[in-house]
Every structure is written in C-alpha cells, then in structure tokens.
Design a protein around this ligand. Sequence first.
Ligand code: ATP
Length: 377
Amino acid sequence: MAEIVLDGVTKRFADGTVAVQALDLRIADGEFVILVGPSGCGKSTTLNMIAGLEPISDGELRIDGTRVNERAPRDRDIAMVFQSYALYPHLTVRENIGFPLRLAKTDKAEAARRIAEAARILDISDLLDRRPAHLSGGQRQRVAMGRAIVRDPKAFLMDEPLSNLDAKLRVQMRTMISRLQNRLGTTTVYVTHDQTEAMTLADRIVLLDKGEVQQIGTPDELYRTPVNLFTAGFIGSPAMNLLPAHVEAGALHSPLGEIPLTSRLHAALDAHRASREVVLGIRPEAFEDARISRPSQQGELLSFTARTDIVESLGAEKFAYLNLPDTRKADLFQSAAPQLVARLDADSPARENEPLDLVYDPDALHLFAPDTGRSLT
Ligand code: ATP
C-alpha cells in the first residue's frame, strides 16, 4: 500500500514566488500519475516536495495516511530517478545499482539476487561490469532505474527521465517504463513537459500551469473533454484548432462557415448563458478530405472549403494548413487571418495552394467562453 495525498500543498519561495498553489491530489496505490505542463509550471517543485528535497510552505503531504511534511527524504521510502541519471562514474553498473542496498547494509546474497533481478528486468545483465562512461544514454538511464528498483520502495518519483535521450530511444524507453510499471505496479509520480509521454504512460495526468491545476484526469478525459482552453491547446498534437465564432439566429458563424446549432451545442450555450461570442475548437484529426470520406458517414457530416497553404506529407498521414476567411467584425489588422490544420489520411490527394473540401462531424466541435476560457460543451 502506497497512497500519496497532497492536501492544499503550496510552495512559496523566499523571494515570494508561488511555484505551487494549493494543490489537492490523491494518488492511489499502484497508480502512475504524470505531472505535465509548460516550463516553470511547478512540476519539479511538486515532485521535490513529495521527495522531501524541498520544504512544503503550506498544506499537508501524507504517505499511507501519515503526515510526512517534516520527514527527511531518506525516511520516506521513495526512490527518485533524475534526468541527469546521477550515476557514480567510478563505480560499475553492478555497484551503482547496488549502492542503495550497500547503504541499507542489505545481506550480500540478497543484494546480489536483487541486482540480478533488476538487471534482467531492464535488460542490462550483460553490462554489469562496465562503468557509466562506457554506456549509451539509454543504458545509463536504465542503470538509474535499476538503482531505484532494487530498493523496492513505496513509490518512484521520476523527473523528466527521458529528456536527455534522442527521439527513437525515448520511444523505446517509454515502452520499457510501461512494461516495468505493469510488472512492478509501484506507485509512480512522473514529471515531463512532453504531452505524448504523458498521454502514453499515465493512468492519470495532472496538467499544471503557473503553479495551478488546470485539469486532472485520464489521458482520454483530457483529450476528449478538456475543461478549458489551456488543456485544449496543450493536449493533442498538432494542437486543437481554436477559432473565433459568434451565435446568431440559431447558428454559429465561424471561419468554417455557418454551423447549425445541434441540440448538444444549444444545450451547452443555454446552460452556461454564454454571450454570443464563443471560441470554437476542433481537433485536426476531426477533418477528412471530402474526396475520400466514407460515403456511409456523409449524411451526418458538415463540410467547408478553404484554400490550402502548406501540405506536409509524413508518410502515414498528411497535415494540411488552410487559410480561412476572417469572419470577425472587429479590426482585421489586429491579428493574422485564422489558419487551420487538418490531419488527413495519407491517401488524401490534398496539395499546396488549391481549394480543399473538408468534412467533419459536428459532434467533434468544442465551445469555450472567450473571457474565462472555460469549456461550454
Ligand atoms: P521546467 O519544465 O522548466 O523544469 P517546472 O514546471 O519543473 O519547469 P519548477 O522548476 O517547479 O517548474 O519551477 C516553478 C516556478 O518556481 C518557476 O517559476 C521557477 O522560476 C520558480 N522557482 C524554482 N525554484 C525557485 C527558487 N529556488 N526560488 C524562487 N523561485 C523558484
């Protein structure tokens, strides 16, 4: 059992900076929770407070029901894995992995057994006699994980463990971490600024901005039902398209043309007594090239035409960037005319600088209040 509870946890630095503001979070035993958000949002500070490396200014941190605010890091029974690996260069892989066991004066035979087991799980058994200087980045990171595993701690804390690796290795290590989590089932709190990493690894994501929680939920919840513009823009790649629109005579007037209000959109606008101005959100993957859209769906779909700017072909898919008409009544010179990105099937014949017919399901539309950023749908 290793439940971690943050109850109104706040971090105020000596210079007055509030890095984390009244964070409430209950991490269940065995759960893999990822703290994600842009640089400076308070991810590392939160992790450091859980680890005991940073004092908590306000609120309470409980591990398995016991307040641990004042407890020293070594007495919290949690293992931390850093981006920098923090390996001892003069020790072999075996000695690095076994280091915490030596400190804990673990019986030699038992230590050897645990080191062999960790090395086997991490697939580094044949590297045990090497020193860190003779390892690749990915291998070093696995040694750092091995050192965390052998302790069999109550929880793992990981701070951007993959950010020093190249893109291909990051994907490999991601699947390794998933396997590790399935196998060990240890409560894990993991920090990253990479939303793909968060989406693929987490049981639940905590999305932070400027020290405050924006949304907590499963990756699917954050993707499907973002509660505000910040989540909508942060989760998903390419990001959700956000367009100005206004409600008039039972329709949404937007750069996608006139969109009849479905009962779902009607209800959303009514419930929130929204003003006539809204922000319309639609994901790039919600669009299809009308020429290759499956006919069975055609009836339910809405369509519009716009001129392509750039079309990027990525092999398995295409990203089409379209210039949209500016339907705002306000000053046209304040910002550039709206652009939209559509993520299309590789079979789409879309090309640069020509009219493109796109279709989409109106159920894929999100509405947000422009003043508060809150989702209306
Ligand atoms: P990154 O992804 O860049 O590592 P982060 O989300 O981990 O960012 P933190 O390192 O937790 O962010 O920092 C949160 C905020 O606290 C930032 O505004 C940072 O400048 C501030 N901060 C961090 N350490 C201190 C400190 N010792 N004194 C004052 N402010 C600090």
